[in-house]
Design a protein around this ligand. Sequence first.
Ligand SMILES: O=C(O)CCC(=O)C(=O)O
Ligand SMILES: [Mn+2]
Length: 223
Amino acid sequence: MRRRLRTPAYATFSRVAARAANRHDPAMEGAITLDLPGADVRLYHGWLPETEADALFHTLRAEISWHVHRIRLFGREVDSPRLSCWIGDPEAVYTYSGTRFEPMPWPQALQSVRERLTRTLAYPFNSVLANLYRDGRDAMGWHSDAEPELGSEPVIASLSLGAVRRFALKHRRDPAAKRVIELPHGSLLVMAGQTQENYRHALPRTVRPLGERINLTFRQILR
Ligand SMILES: O=C(O)CCC(=O)C(=O)O
Ligand SMILES: [Mn+2]
């Protein structure tokens, strides 16, 4: 059985908290809620206005120390097909795909995004996995963000910058419960509740000629 850390009460995300918080952030209104049983997934188009999203993309592209993460796949250690960087508060040590990652310090450009997310989603994000997809060959296979240090019912806030990519979700047991959506520049996808417990998600490869994309998944690592 997987080890589960207890989620502190203040970190419990609810629709009520979200609604209350949304009043202070116009970009959180007009969310698209995906109609998937046993999931809580919302997509906010244009969460970051285009010029801000452009600037953030260029700053992070240049400032983040991008590297290839080694991941465990079918018992073998291989290069992850994308460039990544684990960023967070000093205590936010994360082990995923069999590798332990010590956090890099927050770049200035990410601090204000993190503060805005923490405020509007009423959830204390202390880390972010930054990923750079160089073209359509870079991808992420089926997985759920369900490591023990994320606790039960984690909130994952995923900000997309750059090329539009498809994002797929499928239920672990119900083959009819699945969805593919597009994640445009400046959009925010929020996965909460039992989404990680019930669903896997993936960012499939594509042969379409595509430019670079940066994805930032904000998380809370529990101690
Ligand atoms: O790139 C994305 O949109 C998703 C990435 C993802 O699921 C992850 O890094 O855990
Ligand atoms: Mn994920």
